[in-house]
Design a protein around this ligand. Sequence first.
Ligand SMILES: [Zn+2]
Length: 227
Amino acid sequence: MKTTYTSKQYPNSSSNISFLTEEVNECPLCKKAIKPVCLNMFHLERTSPYLMHGHFLCTSCQRSFVADYKVHLDKNEYVSSGPTNIGPISYREESFDDNVKAMSPQFAKIYNQALAAETYNLDEIAGLGYRKSLEFLVKDFAIHTHPSESDKIKSMTLSQCITKYINSTNIATLATRSAWIGNDEAHYIRKQESRDVQDMKKFIKATVYFISMILITEDAESIEPVK
Ligand SMILES: [Zn+2]
């Protein structure tokens, strides 16, 4: 949604500029979809491109944030393609099922560190983190189903582990594809050019879902009939 803001020149507010721009539609702090209230908008110099600095209030979490805009004149109208910078950014941890956390505490920890890196735009290392979290998830699940082979599983490559110990076709397919994308994050040359970290995250979450369903089923199976 586009909207018009009026920016005052600081410190002399006599020279105002109204510009059209895309509205911020997600609060950087609570991540909710919002229509923020603009508390103040100002610029320092009246030279193109104009740099506008906005102070906004999120109506959902009641906290304030800032957004900067680069504005230029287009056919007698001041326009901006949207904020060039929004902050502060706050990271919200992903929560996983208790069964999964108990089976692989390291997975949840590493996944959330990768998510924190991604939130702070450290995209080059976020992918590596997600790849590492996948390795812990799959290996811990293999150890869960084959506890006597724990040492062997720990020293295997992830793809060997998937081939030898993961019987579920869904989990094997998802984990293999996530690993392919994840390996690209660690190497100089990218093989899966059409896939990125967002695909890997989607596949890892689906892997978590299927593992979680198996763990819940195991729990149900442990109930003995009462005679
Ligand atoms: Zn908010």
